[in-house]
Design a protein around this ligand. Structure first.
Ligand SMILES: [Zn+2]
Length: 55
């Protein structure tokens, strides 16, 4: 049901939250985004795009 586009949006949203809110942003991402992201069977799209700073 979720494809790569959705995974990219979720990964970007999580990264944006991290930039905007640091640890607080990460907490929001972990609560709101992570449960959805885990349903997407695609590896970190930011790693794939060379943008990832988390892995
Ligand atoms: Zn990554």
């Amino acid at each position: 049901m979720f494809g790569r586009k959705a995974a990219e949006k979720l990964d970007d949203a999580a990264a944006a939250l991290h930039r905007a809110g640091g640890k607080a942003g990460d907490a929001v991402a972990n609560t709101v985004i992570a449960p959805v992201r885990r349903k997407v069977d695609i590896g970190c799209t930011r790693c794939a795009r060379g943008k990832c700073q988390a892995h």
